[in-house]
Every structure is written in structure tokens, then in C-alpha cells.
Design a protein around this ligand. Sequence first.
Ligand code: NAP
Length: 244
Amino acid sequence: MNRIALVTGGSRGIGRAIALGLAADGCRVVVNYATSEDAAAAVAEEIRSGGGDAIAIQADVSNEGAVSDLIGKIDAAMGPVEVLVNNAGVTRDGLLARMRSDDWDRVMEVNLRSVFLCTKAVMRGMLKNRWGRIISIGSVSGLAGNPGQANYAASKAAIIGFTKSVAKEVGGRGITANVVAPGFIESDMTASLGEAALEAAASAASVGRLGRPEDVAAAVGYLAGEQAGFITGQVIVVDGGLTI
Ligand code: NAP
């Protein structure tokens, strides 16, 4: 699959695994990052040293001007984005009674506004080419809720409504839009939860372990491919059976 793919937040964790997975599938990959310049460069270098094509580009994807610059740079370096993976995300957990409006706003900006901005920015090229894959990383928190994550769960739930609407708008033009909703995955984001919480999360999953970034990347790779052209507006849960 010789497609141009943009992975937002591709420097670490799940995004890194998605970038490597799409590259292994033959995509030319843009590894976006906010602050982790060295980590993003290392992902791009790993892809290139394996014979693939990748570049790392900094952009805060919650910022409209930065997204516009990012897409302009990709157009110049590679061409129009054909596979967009909206992966960048943050948590600012806290019980609602103590949640500051800053914590609400930042999570909404990075997790949700970025999805709107990036999807809109790549849409023109996808419509022109009559082909596109938009895959956004949600969360089981957005399906089931989670105490301490009212902001995060709201942002991830909103991505689902956004995705279903976009899927209906552009399905006739060869463009699909789907959500991959992970459970607990080993990454920097979950490392801060502490060992006891992670052990509880592992034993609550039917498969009895935490997820790996590669588990999520496999679902993204499938949805990005030619074979998934009849799957759109869906939420694929990758949680080892946590929520069944
Ligand atoms: P992570 O290890 O904390 O990595 C987050 C990534 O997002 C980093 O690459 C970071 O870039 C990037 N990022 C953050 N803010 C950004 C911004 N404003 N602009 C551009 N990039 C930004 O997180 P993760 O666990 O891999 O999570 C990836 C996605 O999966 C998120 O959407 C998250 O909500 C979702 N998810 C994770 C889990 C889990 O258990 N880990 C479960 C469900 C859903 P820098 O390196 O430059 O900071």
C-alpha cells in the first residue's frame, strides 16, 4: 500500500507503533509530534533504515495555523495525505468537583479540536482523489465513562459522533472514517497510573494482560488498507475484552 499517511502524535506510545506499522505496510509516513523532537526523529529514522520513507514534522495539532502549516509541509514534501490517523491525545485527570476549566479546555483542544482541524485540512485532497482513510483513536472511556476522566471521556465520545457524521458526508467519495477505541495500553500515558491500578486493569481484561501499542496499530493498519473500504462509521474496540 503505497499511501501517504499522517500519524499525529507519532513520536511515542501508540502513535509510534501505528507509524511503524503503516510503514511496514508500505505507507510513506509523516511522524507528527508536539515536543519530542528526538523521539519523532528516531521513529522516522527507524522507518528509513528499514527501507521505508518517513519524515518527522513538529506541530501542535490543536492549533489551526500549525495544522495548516503541517499540511502545507506534507504537500510539499510528499503530496496529499491519504491516510490520516488522529492519535495525538492527552489526559488531565481529576474528579469533576475539582476539575479546573483549564483541564477541560486543554483535553478538548488536543483530543477533539485537533481531530476536527486535521480531518478538515486533509479532506480537500481526499475528495479530489476519491480515496481516503480517517482513523481516530478514541478510548473505552468514551464508551463507558471513567471516574476522574469526565473531560477525557467527553472528548473521546465526541470523536465518535464526529466520525459517524464525516463517514456519512464523504462515504460516496471513497473515504472511510472510523474510530479505534483502546482499553488499557502500555505507554507513557498509563505508566503514571501506578503498578496496582495497572495490575487491576490487566486482570479485568478477559485476555488477562494490558494491551501493547502494536495491538492498536494492527487494527489501524487493517482499517487503513484497501480491504476495509466497506467499513465506515464504526468503533473498533481494542481492549482485550475489558468492556464485554
Ligand atoms: P502518550 O504515550 O502520552 O503519547 C502521546 C502522543 O501525543 C505523543 O506522541 C505526543 O507528542 C502527542 N501529542 C500530545 N499533544 C500533542 C499536540 N498538541 N500536538 C501534537 N502531538 C501531541 O499516549 P498514548 O498512550 O500513546 O496515547 C495515544 C492515543 O491513544 C491518545 O489519543 C490516547 O488518548 C489514546 N488512548 C490511549 C490509551 C492507553 O491506555 N495508553 C487508551 C485509550 C486511548 P510528544 O511526544 O511530542 O509530546
